[in-house]
Design a protein around this ligand. Structure first.
Ligand code: X8Z
Ligand code: ZN
Length: 641
């Protein structure tokens, strides 16, 4: 490792040169930096790829060594800037100045203790390793030992057996999160210690700084509040359908839904229970997974279909190496990190996807998502390395998702042969919108709460003694769901979600789910589309591709507000396009929910219904306001003779 460091030191910039520090020299310095950083980043990403696609101790060690080299390189550059360009802040060219601003913000690398830096890298990899190798054995349900992908994911999606779902849900949390608590506690402490060297109060503050918006926390809260009625109506409708499916006795009295009934391990998207909640079974809706099987889809074809969408609007095809170097299938001979991701190797030609692809509808959407990330990488490839990022992290995720809004329309399904006729009746339209809501609306509170929890952990509001309690407080409050079995502080349920051990910030997805609708509307306006927003398909419309590309190619060279303006004409995040998209569904849901108590208690139930049967002797103590009053009157009558 030390040999590496010596080689790397000779790459660092500006050593022994005269100190003049003019802006023109600053520009040269950046050019030199760019060439060298490309090499260092490339080596670093390769080492990470090797670990993520082959989890071994040896690969872990190599990745850690490479992370340290990369951090040392960044530190050396920042040191050179402080001696050679102490006044970079006065530079006038914003393109130059912004790069200096990014270079001096070292993040965790600022810490002067290499052992601590090393432990950040090691802990993250170890936590990811625990997550990625976890298995659940289910002999009582006639099944062997299953990993998360594809086995447990598939069971969560398809099983309609209450007890089996409990076993999978709890089993995964025992096999993953429960084994992480001590390591995660150390991880938080060492990250906070390191980030203090960069002048941040805590890691959450550092992560939020990427949005360059002083009111960011308040802004996302306001966005969430505006969308809450939409979620609450969906929740009430789905709750009624699930009660019918599984029986009221399993549902707590306070309006919550047991968390394991949504067809998804984390209740984050509810697409897989469409069959239970379908509004009009007699109208049109397509079982895309079945149709894919019927049409003979295989994994390569799924990626070709996604690529064809992007090229149809004038965006780039995947480069040659993508097809040979990506990991598109789960290998049978080694442990890998299955959670899907897209990789930029910073050499301008090597871009890959890592995904344990299965031939299902939701995986087809993930294929589009990951390829959307690669399209962003390709669009900003001519930017300096420092600007080869999304305008903010939410923009990258928004770009990854935007085509799913076109892709899923009946119009598009027909265009690619997955649907025979385009339905025009209102009932089929509601079926379609409900399905979209199970994906896009159901996600909102989840996307919002994950980092509410993590920001609290980082700023000390949530301590290890209340990790799980505070997690469930948020899940109960925002999602209106509660655990199907008792939880204690021996459990660490946050760790059962990839992004917690993987240390990927999550508010980006909430931002993405807002901005993708803004962009979808802007692109549909651009192509002169005048119908309802939810039926717009930008397929084969190069004008849409051009507008999108003009925003993407900026990378992070400007603040996100400018990128937003380039595509929508406005500098703000707004929920209006999403509200417009789902308005017909919201009106329909309100009608369906007329007799319903919408909402739920903001606190978790104290008495969790037993997974094995009725939760109380009477089995019917649901306290809706009306039944509660009748009960009270009867009680008083008895008491008062
Ligand atoms: O993690 C992802 C992508 C990779 S960026 C597969 N997503 C979030 C998740 O799975 O929790 C996409 C949407 C939300
Ligand atoms: Zn993504």
């Amino acid at each position: 490792m030390w040999i590496f460091l010596v080689v790397m030191m000779s790459l660092t910039l500006g050593r022994g040169q005269a100190q003049s520090g003019t802006e023109a020299e600053g520009r040269l310095f950046l050019q030199e930096y760019d060439a060298k950083a490309g090499i260092v980043y490339n080596k670093n990403v390769k080492a990470s790829w090797n670990y993520y696609t082959n989890i071994t101790d040896e690969n872990l060690e190599k990745m850690t060594a490479s992370n340290l080299e990369s951090a040392e390189f960044s530190k050396e550059v920042a040191r050179n800037i402080s001696t050679r360009f102490p006044n970079w802040n006065t530079f006038t060219d914003p393109v130059v100045k912004r790069q200096f601003m990014k270079l001096v913000d070292l993040g965790f690398a600022a810490i002067n203790d290499t052992e601590k830096l090393k432990s950040i890298s090691t802990l993250e990899a170890e936590l990811t390793g625990i997550y990625s190798t976890g298995q659940v054995c289910l002999p009582e349900f006639g099944k062997g030992c299953l990993s998360l992908e594809p086995g447990l994911t598939d069971l969560m999606a398809k099983s309609r057996n209450y007890q089996e779902l409990v076993a999978v849900w709890k089993g995964w949390r025992d096999a993953s999160g429960k084994k992480m608590k001590a390591k995660y506690t150390d991880f938080v402490n060492v990250m906070n210690e390191a980030i203090a060297f960069s002048g941040y109060n805590d890691t959450g503050e550092y992560w939020r700084s990427w949005y360059e918006t002083p009111t960011f926390e308040e802004d996302v809260k306001n966005l969430y509040e505006q969308l809450r009625p939409l979620y609450e109506n969906l929740h009430a409708y789905v709750r009624r359908k699930l009660m019918k499916q599984y029986g009221e006795q399993y549902f707590p009295d306070n309006g919550h839904i047991p968390a394991h009934l949504f067809g998804n391990m984390w209740s984050q998207t509810w697409l897989n229970i469409y069959d239970i909640v379908e509004p009009y079974p007699e109208a049109t809706s397509v079982d895309i997974t079945a149709k894919m099987a019927e049409k003979g889809y295989n994994i390569t074809h799924m990626y070709r279909v996604a690529e064809e969408f992007f090229t149809s609007i004038g965006l780039d095809p995947m480069p040659e190496g993508f097809w040979t170097k990506s990991m598109l299938e789960k290998p049978a001979d080694r442990d890998v990190v299955c959670h899907a991701s897209a990789w930029d190797f910073y050499d301008g030609q090597d871009f890959r996807i890592k995904q344990c692809t299965a031939v299902t509808e939701s995986q087809l959407l993930t294929v589009h998502h990951e390829m959307g990330h690669v399209i962003y990488y390709l669009a900003y490839v001519d930017q300096p390395v420092l600007y080869r990022r999304g305008a903010n992290p939410g923009f990258h995720e928004g770009m990854a998702d935007i085509v799913t809004l076109s892709f899923q329309t009946p119009e598009h399904m027909k265009a690619i042969g997955l649907l025979d006729d385009i339905p025009t009746d209102d009932k089929s339209d509601i079926n379609f919108l409900l399905k979209m809501a199970l994906y896009k609306v159901a996600f909102l509170p989840f996307g919002y709460l994950i980092d509410q929890w993590r920001w609290g952990v980082f700023n000390g509001k949530t301590t290890p003694s209340t990790y799980n309690h505070d997690w469930w407080d948020l899940r109960c409050k925002y999602q209106g769901i509660s655990p199907p079995v008792e939880r204690t502080e021996d459990d660490f349920d946050p760790g059962a979600k990839y992004h917690i051990p993987g240390n990927t910030p999550y508010i980006r997805y909430f931002v993405s789910f807002i901005v993708q609708f803004q962009w979808h509307k802007a692109l549909c306006d651009e192509i002169g589309y005048t119908g309802p927003l939810h039926r717009c398909d930008i397929y084969r419309k190069t004008a849409a591709g051009t507008l999108l590309r003009n925003m993407l190619k900026m990378g992070s060279s400007k603040q996100w507000q400018e990128a937003m303006q380039a595509i929508t004409g406005s500098r703000e995040m707004s929920v209006l396009p999403m509200m417009e998209y789902f308005d017909p569904l919201l009106q329909w849901l309100k009608e369906q929910n007329k007799e319903e108590n919408i909402g739920w208690s903001s606190i978790c139930p104290t008495n969790i219904p037993s997974p094995n049967g009725p939760r109380s002797p009477s089995g019917s103590s649901r306290i809706y306001p009306t039944t509660f009053l009748v009960g009270l009157i009867l009680f008083l009558r008895v008491m008062c003779g």
